[in-house]
Design a protein around this ligand. Sequence first.
Ligand SMILES: NC(=O)c1ccc[n+]([C@@H]2O[C@H](COP(=O)([O-])OP(=O)(O)OC[C@H]3O[C@@H](n4cnc5c(N)ncnc54)[C@H](OP(=O)(O)O)[C@@H]3O)[C@@H](O)[C@H]2O)c1
Length: 290
Amino acid sequence: MKINGYTKITGIFGDPIGHTLSPAMHNAAFNALGLNAVYVPFHVKSNLPGELKAAVESIRALGLLGVNVTIPHKEKVLKYLDEIEPHAMDLGAVNTIVNKDGKLIGYNTDGAGYLLSLRDETGFKAGRKRAVIIGAGGAARSIVYSILAAKPVSVVIANRTLRRAEALARSFARKFDSTDIIAAPLDKDSLFEHFVKADLVVNTTSTGMMGKGELDLPLGALPARAVVSDIVYRPLRTGLIKNAEKLGLKTHGGLGMLVRQGAIGFELWTGKKAPVKVMEAAALKALRIR
Ligand SMILES: NC(=O)c1ccc[n+]([C@@H]2O[C@H](COP(=O)([O-])OP(=O)(O)OC[C@H]3O[C@@H](n4cnc5c(N)ncnc54)[C@H](OP(=O)(O)O)[C@@H]3O)[C@@H](O)[C@H]2O)c1
């Protein structure tokens, strides 16, 4: 990579930010396509008032191509943007900002990235299917939205804190009224009842991450056609994925979502087709070095 007077800059705003795999992924993609651009991490502190606003204004002032936005800024950043794409507006969260000739436009590529990787790795398409989503946090919200947009028969949102599942289900009920959206507790009997009919189970909780414990899910109740998906990618193969594999079920790990949400952002910034395989290999390498 050569930095010179023509180098374009992209990056990521987050707090903390040291753990991010995105610079490795995007810089590998710029190199592969011979683009004179660079991707850097920006530690935008959340405890200092005014920092996020100043950081967003700097995208325009410094002429960045755009940035990714990660925890804890995805929701707060909306009010500083000029335009928000409808999908991101519905979610109330932005993970990608594009600087279009000085106009800052917010997108959310998480859910679309998730579905693309699920389709590519397992062939799964959510239309006319039954999905069970474990968790009701920010990642669940993006994934549930994109699955609902594909018109499934039903989506069950099962969460440890039931009222969060209920709030999430309620927030999409009017927009997606052709699908049954059901909030459920995270207990074995209730899960069993939903798993028996499920085509897809997705873990969107942080359980399964190193040191965070594992959920005890009744995977044996799932039909043989079901796909088990886990958006956690540290480790690459979580306990959930290993248990599903032992039962002969199709599985889908979390790295693909990270790569695909990034690839959509890369295409928005550069107008070029993202080299997804290059990005995946770079993310894998960065993950293994840690
Ligand atoms: N692959 C990717 O590209 C990608 C993208 C985004 C996020 N992620 C991963 O997804 C995970 C969730 O992220 P997020 O942003 O959605 O977090 P979040 O908004 O904080 O939500 C966390 C969710 O996990 C649940 N949870 C946490 N600990 C639990 C436990 N011990 N037992 C049962 N449920 C538990 C929470 O339940 P309560 O509501 O009851 O607290 C909540 O539903 C993280 O591990 C993150 O790294 C991956």
